[in-house]
Ligand binder design. Structure first.
Ligand SMILES: [Zn+2]
Length: 327
């Protein structure tokens, strides 16, 4: 599977995010492309004389260029229809968001921490994706309950959620799991709530399964997500009690009726003929989908800092975000 070259530094990330080539940036700052290339591989010093010129050409604050670079670690592999340049441009923006989040959260105590030991689970090498999903459901207190608020659940477990546009990548949510830094989950608010939840579960599956990017890793993450969103055992029990309660159950699990019917079919609880009927009958009335909540961690951190006497403008400035994005 083809891979994009990793983004090496904030300078490189900011250049890619600005849609500039090395040559564009070299011309804008009156230097050689080879110089830009060198700076991108080793990063900038605070006393580099080119700093201001680069910041101006990139339309960014100096703080952005000097922020520590946290290399994104995406575990999802994209289909062939997603161009490498889109993935690379996403990695660039994720590196920038990692840096912004690290700055916004700095000095704030008491925020949920990501569990370094893979969310309280140990020795996962032998566990299949479905059992892994069951274990994580138990560890996270879901047991046989529906997984309704993907954002809240992820944030409770130390995964920082941020809204962002993922349309060019064709996914509803995408995680980045850098070693030694807070994990980040970008969530596309333009996608449906149940697609977001499924994608969040899929990404967490990747994190737990820790497999090399491959088609097999995708199928495993998908199986994990299916079981995490619509767990087989309680659904089997509910269907046994009330075989005709499919719309009601779909509502209870927070997914569209057709999605629920497909899961029943996969679990061999609904014959294809009846699945097809649900697909036709419910095409125009997908059912209600419970919304995910808005990401809170960053907001809470900023509020805490403000109540400690820091000015919003200063907090925003050092994290090179506009104040209205974090207030
Ligand atoms: Zn994936």
């Amino acid at each position: 599977m083809p891979h994009s070259k990793p983004v090496r530094s904030m300078l490189e990330a900011l250049r890619i995010a600005a849609g500039l080539t090395q040559l564009d940036l070299a011309r804008a700052t009156g230097t050689a492309q080879s110089e830009i290339s060198k700076l991108e591989s080793r990063g900038l010093d605070p006393d580099d004389p080119r700093l201001d010129g680069l910041a101006k050409a990139l339309n960014r604050a100096r703080a952005a260029l000097l922020a520590p670079s946290i290399r994104p670690r995406l575990l999802h592999s994209f289909g062939r229809q997603v161009p490498l340049r889109s993935i690379r441009s996403h990695e660039a923006s994720v590196m920038i968001v990692h840096a912004q989040v690290a700055s916004l959260l700095s000095g704030v105590d008491g925020l949920p921490q990501a569990d370094d030991k893979a969310y309280g689970l140990s020795d996962l090498s032998e566990v299949d994706p479905e059992n892994l999903a069951t274990l994580l459901r138990q560890n996270w207190g879901l047991f046989r309950e529906p997984f309704i608020d993907g954002v809240a659940l992820a944030e409770t477990h130390g995964i920082i959620c941020v809204r962002g546009d993922l349309q060019h990548l064709g996914v509803a949510a995408l995680g980045s799991w850098p070693d030694g830094h807070r994990p980040l989950m970008i969530i596309d608010p333009e996608t449906s709530p149940s697609a977001q939840r499924r994608a969040i579960a899929h990404e967490i599956g990747h994190r737990l399964l820790q497999r090399e990017a491959s088609g097999a890793a995708e199928r495993a993450a998908q199986a994990f997500a299916e079981e995490f969103v619509l767990p087989a055992s309680p659904i089997r029990a509910a269907m046994y009690v009330d075989p005709d309660g499919i719309p009601k159950q779909a509502d209870y699990w927070g997914v569209p009726v057709i999605e629920f019917a497909k899961r029943l079919h996969d679990l061999r609880l609904l014959p294809r003929r009846r699945l097809e009927r649900y697909v036709t009958d419910f095409a125009d009335q997908p059912g209600s989908e419970a919304a995910n909540s808005r990401p809170q961690t960053v907001r809470t951190a900023v509020k805490t800092r403000q109540s400690n006497g820091e000015a919003l403008d200063r907090i925003a400035e050092s994290a090179f975000v506009s104040p209205n994005r974090i207030s």
